[in-house]
Design a protein around this ligand. Structure first.
Ligand SMILES: Cc1cc2nc3c(=O)[nH]c(=O)nc-3n(C[C@H](O)[C@H](O)[C@H](O)COP(=O)(O)OP(=O)(O)OC[C@H]3O[C@@H](n4cnc5c(N)ncnc54)[C@H](O)[C@@H]3O)c2cc1C
Length: 354
């Protein structure tokens, strides 16, 4: 497999931030961008292994179609930094609650405090254990027709069955090529109705186990069956088991739940998890999110986090304001106002504007 760890030039790490974003893919970086533009102190801690690293380009992405994944993220980091956000490389190992905030612990021993946490660590694709699949992953072994279907259009495509989505994937691929073979491999036998649906679309079925992906001159040329035959193909589609990368949230009681295609973290429509103060966005909470969807979820969660912090800031300001008002006595409103900071400014401004 091509391991394309993305180089992250480090910013220095402060002691505390409004928000620590864990994971610097499209979800995390877009979340950090929105938070930095909302004038929040924010750091992205990123382990540098985005899910689509093995691919040459990002497809199906508005206005950035065909951009290499590493280039897209480099642009994303630069924009976050341009608004005063920070991006550091590191792996978060644990997040614990501390008062009304959090302590985020990194694998290198550093810790950082956060008022809120945005988790955007993506998922791991657990690939079928067929020799050659891992080595060709993201090149001519694929999973998502919307990401790569165009690139393999009209080619001889195989679908390696085994997951719950195999049949759906096979019928979907027929939109991109008329030459599709369904490799039954370890899948449950097809029902008569399923076999009829495949036959009706001209999709061939190969029974029997697949032994290996055959490669010649750095190109996939077919699938070697356990009985020794080579079935010629130019691309292979697999259904990985997709598992959210969230082990570091255990201490907060946030754990992934089963999904037919893997494991993900449940959150509400805004990305809020069951753990107060912790939001999640991107593939970690939505296994089907593509780059655009993950980025959008990151931005939306960031706006909710900012609103939550605005509420907290306001409550704190009100408490200070009341205390100052009481301390100054009933007739000393002007003096109390001067000491109440933000709360008074907002309140006075709103009153005049109305
Ligand atoms: C081969 C392949 C090709 C793809 N092609 C396309 C395509 O063409 N178009 C498209 O729209 N989508 C494509 N996708 C899907 C795309 O990869 C995802 O939609 C996208 O990466 C999700 O973004 P994310 O921010 O949720 O996660 P990621 O991009 O995976 O980013 C998560 C980041 O968090 C980091 N991280 C993980 N754990 C930790 C930790 N404990 N501490 C700190 N950091 C951590 C990771 O290292 C990573 O950098 C493809 C996927 C694959 C597998």
């Amino acid at each position: 497999m091509v391991v394309a760890e993305v180089l992250v030039m480090n910013d220095p790490l402060d002691d505390a931030y409004d928000v620590v974003v864990i994971g610097g893919g499209s979800a995390g970086l877009n979340g950090a961008l929105v938070l930095a533009r909302a004038r929040r102190s924010v750091v992205v801690v990123d382990a540098g292994a985005p899910r689509n690293a093995p691919a040459d380009a990002v497809h199906g992405l508005f206005a950035r179609e065909g951009t290499p994944p590493a280039e897209l993220l480099e642009r994303g980091r630069a924009v976050v930094r341009g608004y005063g956000g920070q991006v550091v490389s590191g792996r978060v190992e644990e997040v614990t609650r501390d008062g009304d905030g959090f302590v985020v612990g990194l694998a290198d021993g550093r810790t950082v405090r956060a008022r809120r946490v945005l988790v955007a660590t993506g998922l791991v694709d657990e690939l079928p254990e067929v020799p050659g699949v891992r080595e060709r992953w993201g090149r001519d072994v694929l999973h998502c027709p919307y990401c790569h279907g165009w690139e393999v259009r009209d080619q001889a495509i195989g679908v390696l069955a085994g997951g719950p989505m195999s049949l759906h994937q096979t019928l979907l691929l027929r939109q991109w090529s008329a030459d599709i073979t369904y490799f039954a491999h370890t899948a449950e036998p097809l029902t008569d109705e399923e076999a009829e649906r495949l036959a009706a679309r001209g999709i061939r079925v190969e029974e029997g186990d697949v032994a290996a992906v055959e490669v010649v001159d750095d190109r996939l040329v077919g699938l070697r069956m356990a009985d020794g035959r080579l079935v010629r193909r130019e691309a292979l589609v697999v259904g990985p088991r997709m598992v959210a990368r969230v082990g570091f949230l255990k201490a907060l009681g946030v754990e992934p739940v089963p999904h037919p295609a893997g494991e993900y973290v449940q959150a509400d429509a805004t990305g809020r998890t069951d753990a107060p103060g912790v939001w999640i966005a991107g593939n970690a909470s939505d296994l089907s999110a593509q780059v655009g969807g993950a980025a959008a979820a990151g931005a939306f969660a960031a706006a909710q986090i900012n609103a939550d912090l605005v509420n907290e800031d306001t409550e704190r300001a009100v408490a200070v304001y009341r205390e100052a008002s009481v301390g100054a006595g009933a007739g000393a409103g002007a003096g109390a106002g001067a000491g109440a900071g933000v709360g008074v400014g907002v309140r006075g401004g709103a009153g005049r504007g109305a």
